[in-house]
Structure formats: C-alpha cells, structure tokens
Design a protein around this ligand. Structure first.
Ligand SMILES: CC(C)(COP(=O)(O)OP(=O)(O)OC[C@H]1O[C@@H](n2cnc3c(N)ncnc32)[C@H](O)[C@@H]1OP(=O)(O)O)[C@@H](O)C(=O)NCCC(=O)NCCS
Length: 197
C-alpha cells in the first residue's frame, strides 16, 4: 500500500497550484462506480475556480510527499443555492446555516489509512469556525440492478453514519452529467445527508 504523508487545508498559492491536480483527481476517481463520470477538464477548471475565489470555501489536500493523491472540498451551501435550494424547499432548514461538504476523492491505493476521516475533520472544523450549525453532503443514487455496479462494491453509508450523518428524508437534488458510454448528460438523483455540528 502507498503511504499518505500529509493531509492539510490548501490556501493561497498552494491552492492555486493544486487546482489542476484536483481536477484530474476528480475525473479519475469519479470515473468509477457509482459516479461513472465522463469528465471534462475545462468544466472541472471552471467549477474549481469557485473554491479559489471564495474565502469561506475549503480545499483539503492529501499528499504522498509532494504529489497530490487526494482532495476534498467544501463551501457554504448557499453558494450552491441555484443547484440545491429546490431540494431543501419545505424542510424549514435555513440554507445559510448549512456547510456543504462537496466531495472527497482519494486514489484507490491510498485508501484505508484514515484520510476520509481527516477530510471530514478538517471541513467540519472549518465550518464550525465559520459559525455553521449543520454540515451536509449528497450521495448519488443508482438503481440496485444497474449493469455497471461492481459485485464487490462496498457502499460508504456505514462510514457516513459513523460520522454522525443521516439521510434527510425527501431531500433529493437533481444533477446532470454525462455517464461513461452515454451520448449526452442525464439527470441523477442525489440524496442529501446532514448532521449537526
Ligand atoms: C471516500 C474516500 C475518500 C474515503 O477514503 P479512505 O481514506 O479510504 O477512508 P478512511 O480510511 O478514513 O476510512 C473511512 C471508513 O470507511 C471504511 N472503508 C474503508 N475502505 C472502504 C471501502 N472500500 N468501501 C467502503 N468503506 C470503506 C473504513 O472502514 C472506515 O471506517 P472505520 O472508521 O470504521 O474504520 C475514498 O473511499 C474515495 O475516494 N472514494 C471514491 C470517491 C467517493 O465515493 N467519495 C465520497 C463521496 S464524494
């Protein structure tokens, strides 16, 4: 197993110089089940600019010496209101109270060393410092009989529950991307999970 040497939040020049590597990691890791994302570097670059430009967003990097081998991002949910506000309608929750843990990606050979926990620790600590009272993320829902589901796939639900998260009943966002082998983008349902901070 390859060894992770550091996990730390990236800011300023370190963040700027890591963004292309984060984009490549997202494309590589999200290529796999359950995302099946046929990634596009130009889209990724644009998407990640918002993390560079927001003073409340966070990018956490995991390194093997100098090489970025994992990353995790988070931002106020309100910064993504155009994507997610509809899902939260009628819940009584105020989007301004919620910090959104956007994604965690780690190359497979570095998994199982506690980096996933550190990614949550760093983002939740950042959210608490900024005064958020809840943390949330969303998880793509795929049909159980999907032909590309690997037989040995182990869902992350148990990990998320152990971190104190639970699904928010009925809070499902719709997000579109191009799946591997498909011609164009299709909508996917994403289940929101939250916990109090
Ligand atoms: C999510 C991810 C970053 C976690 O990485 P990790 O560093 O291996 O996680 P950790 O070592 O901190 O382990 C977290 C927990 O998951 C469990 N776990 C380890 N390997 C696992 C696997 N293959 N499948 C499911 N759970 C696993 C561990 O048992 C651990 O639980 P524990 O605290 O009870 O021991 C990594 O699996 C990944 O990049 N997955 C693909 C992308 C993804 O699905 N991201 C999440 C949504 S954006």
């Amino acid at each position: 197993m390859a060894e992770v040497t550091t996990v730390r939040p990236l800011t300023g020049a370190a963040l700027e110089s890591a963004l292309d590597d984060v984009a490549r990691l997202r494309i590589k890791v999200f290529h796999a089940w359950p995302y099946l994302y046929d990634g596009d570097l130009e889209y990724e670059r644009k998407y990640l600019q918002s993390y560079r430009d927001s003073d409340k967003a966070i990018v956490v990097g995991a390194f093997d010496k100098e090489r970025l081998i994992g990353a995790s991002t988070g931002a106020p949910l309100i910064d993504h209101a155009e994507d997610f506000a509809a899902a939260f309608e009628g819940t009584g929750l105020d989007l301004n109270d919620i910090f959104y843990c956007a994604e965690s990606v780690l190359l497979p050979e570095y998994r199982g060393q506690g980096v996933g926990h550190k990614f949550f620790d760093e983002r939740e600590a950042h959210a608490r410092r900024l005064g958020f009272s809840k943390s949330a993320f969303c998880s793509v829902q795929r049909p159980a009989d999907h032909p590309m589901r690997p037989e040995q796939y182990r869902p992350l639900d148990a990990f998320w529950r152990a971190r104190g998260y639970a699904p928010l009943p009925g809070v499902i966002a719709q997000f579109s991307w191009k799946d591997l082998g498909e011609e164009g983008e299709t909508l996917k349902p994403l289940q929101f999970w939250t916990r109090d901070l």
